[in-house]
Design a protein around this ligand. Structure first.
Ligand code: FAD
Ligand code: NAD
Length: 472
């Protein structure tokens, strides 16, 4: 087995292949800022993990400054040491990437450090970091080369002034005015980090609808909450050009009211990611890509070439670490003769803002569009004892179920720890549960999870801690 790419899709596939008894090599070209090869791909080195480390640190700081007094804690003067915060983040990343190297050793996986290129007949040409070249051959090849940030002509990257998400995870000082192009997942998470640390943050979003992929009842509330945190989110704002000045960047953008300029000290371009597949296969190999550059695969991640599979961000579906990992496991098991399935309908999405937004299944808008008759139950965290004890009362839980069968079709959470709560909904849906199943489950008190229980009760109009609608 040869796996190209050691992000969460490729490294997990390699481990599962090795567990199943295959002799496995994993080729990866990632090097950290010191030029040292590192496993884990975007997720561990420049994505999920460093962003969550900084979200945690910045939230800690914001709480000490803003929430401590509410709890009767006098924090005194709270000061920032951004280089130390970055060093902690780097340690978290380093420990985890080293952990994968240890897992590779313990599973007997060969880590090949260099660039891989697919040739015909499941051969792979490798250019090692040192410059040496070799050609490997295998019975099966898994392509897991991930994705890269989308670049736009209107805002070419420039040193540390106009950067992509990787650059915005490395600054050792807080910009006074920060611009972000794109109010999607990355824009909101990184915008939150730098806002909490003191930057004035403006997000320019081309779409007029905020977070169009999520349930709009929740995103409308989220937009109000984020704006209260002084995240200046401007919708319908299309960036036309950027100009470097002596100490910053001037952005020209257009919205419904006409052309505007915005001066910032630093700018992040966060307008999506694109599959990393250019030059991945020789022309003779004949690997089929779609027009977006994604590797064409069937429902089991098989490419058009016998014995060659592709997984993770490089193929269709959401660009999420857990989606890639599950595909990696499924491909390894299928090659070993098992019959696994990835349930793409049950992949949770999370946006790690404060409050967090998490969901699984269909949104109310999608159900309406599909003409599916549904029932909805909503429960606000304001009515949760635990949320009040935590002083985290923003947001709600919403359960959507089929009007005829009561099967849960979607669960949407805006609230503190939504990323953890959503797992309960995923399990319920994976077992084809109904809202009544959740309503009849006993949840510990006092917990935030009780809000999921109450939202499920609300589907049947019997939530206990909600006021009855007033009769007119
Ligand atoms: P990648 O992680 O991109 O790994 C691909 C690897 O292949 C890389 O190491 C690359 O160097 C290597 N490679 C590419 N081409 C070759 C080649 N030809 N030869 C050798 N090696 C090659 N997702 C979440 O689920 N949760 C989050 O909280 C989250 N946060 C994110 C935050 C940020 C800032 C970003 C940018 C992304 C985030 N994501 C998150 C998305 C997540 O990082 C990706 O979905 C995930 O990393 C995709 O995994 P992958 O294995 O497909 O690819
Ligand atoms: P995204 O698709 O979430 O957001 C990009 C935003 O940029 C969109 O709202 C889009 O309308 C806007 N946009 C595009 N072109 C624009 C332009 N010219 N001017 C203004 N706005 C423009 O993409 P992202 O935030 O870059 O994230 C990339 C991927 O990484 C996502 O698919 C996401 O799944 C993944 N990711 C996941 C997490 C997480 O799971 N918590 C965190 C970060 C990234």
């Amino acid at each position: 087995m040869i796996v190209i790419g050691a992000g969460p899709a490729g490294y997990v596939a390699a481990i599962r292949c090795a567990q199943l008894g295959m002799k496995t090599a994993c080729i990866d070209e990632w090097r950290d800022h010191q030029g040292v090869p590192a496993l884990g791909g975007t997720c561990l080195n420049a994505g999920c993990i460093p962003s969550k480390a900084l979200l945690e640190s910045s939230e800690f700081y914001a709480r000490l400054r803003e929430a401590a007094a509410h709890h009767g804690i006098v924090a005194g003067e709270v000061a920032l040491d951004v280089p130390a915060m970055m060093a902690r983040k780097d340690t978290v990343v380093h420990d985890l990437t080293e952990g994968i190297a240890t897992l590779f050793r313990s599973n007997g996986i060969d880590w090949i450090q260099g660039h891989g290129r697919l040739l015909p007949e499941r051969k792979v040409h490798v250019t090692l970091h040192g410059g040496d070249e070799r050609t490997l051959a295998a019975g099966h090849v898994i392509l897991a080369t991930g994705s890269l940030p989308v670049a736009i002509e209107a805002a070419p990257l420039h040193a540390d002034r106009i950067v992509d998400s990787s650059g915005a995870l490395e600054w050792t000082s807080v910009p006074r005015r920060l611009g972000i192009i794109g109010a999607g997942v990355i824009g909101l998470e990184l915008g939150s980090v730098w806002r909490r640390l003191g930057a004035e943050v403006t997000l320019l979003e081309a779409q007029t609808v905020f977070l169009a992929m999520a349930d709009q009842q929740l995103t409308r509330s989220a937009l109000v909450l984020f704006r209260k945190q002084a995240l200046d989110i401007r919708l319908g704002a299309l960036v036309k050009s950027t100009r470097l000045t002596d100490d910053g960047v001037v952005i020209e953008y257009q919205d419904a009211d006409g052309m505007h300029t915005l001066a910032v000290d630093r700018l992040v371009v966060a307008v999506g990611r694109t599959p990393c597949t250019r030059g991945l296969a020789s022309a003779e190999a004949g690997l089929l890509l779609d027009e977006g550059g994604f590797i064409h695969v069937d429902e089991h991640c098989a490419t058009n070439l016998p014995g060659v599979y592709a997984i993770g961000d490089a193929v269709r579906g959401p660009m999420l670490a857990h989606k890639g990992s599950e595909e990696g496991i499924a491909v390894a098991e299928r090659i070993a003769g098992q019959s696994p399935e990835v349930n793409y309908e049950r992949i949770a999405s999370v946006i790690y803002t404060q409050p967090e937004i998490a969901w699984v299944g269909k949104t109310e808008e999608a159900l309406k569009q599909a003409g599916i008759d549904y029932r909805s139950g909503v429960f606000p965290f304001l009515a949760s004892g635990r949320a009040r004890a935590m002083h985290e009362t923003d947001g709600m839980v919403k359960v959507l179920s089929d009007a005829a069968t009561d099967r849960v079709l979607g669960v949407h959470i805006l609230g503190s720890h939504a990323s953890e709560l959503i797992g309960q909904a995923v399990i319920a849906m994976e077992f084809d549960g109904s809202s009544e199943d959740i309503a009849r489950t006993v949840f510990a008190h006092p917990t935030l999870s009780e809000a999921l229980h109450e939202a499920a009760l609300a589907v049947g109009k019997r939530a206990l801690h909600l006021l009855k609608p007033r009769r007119s």
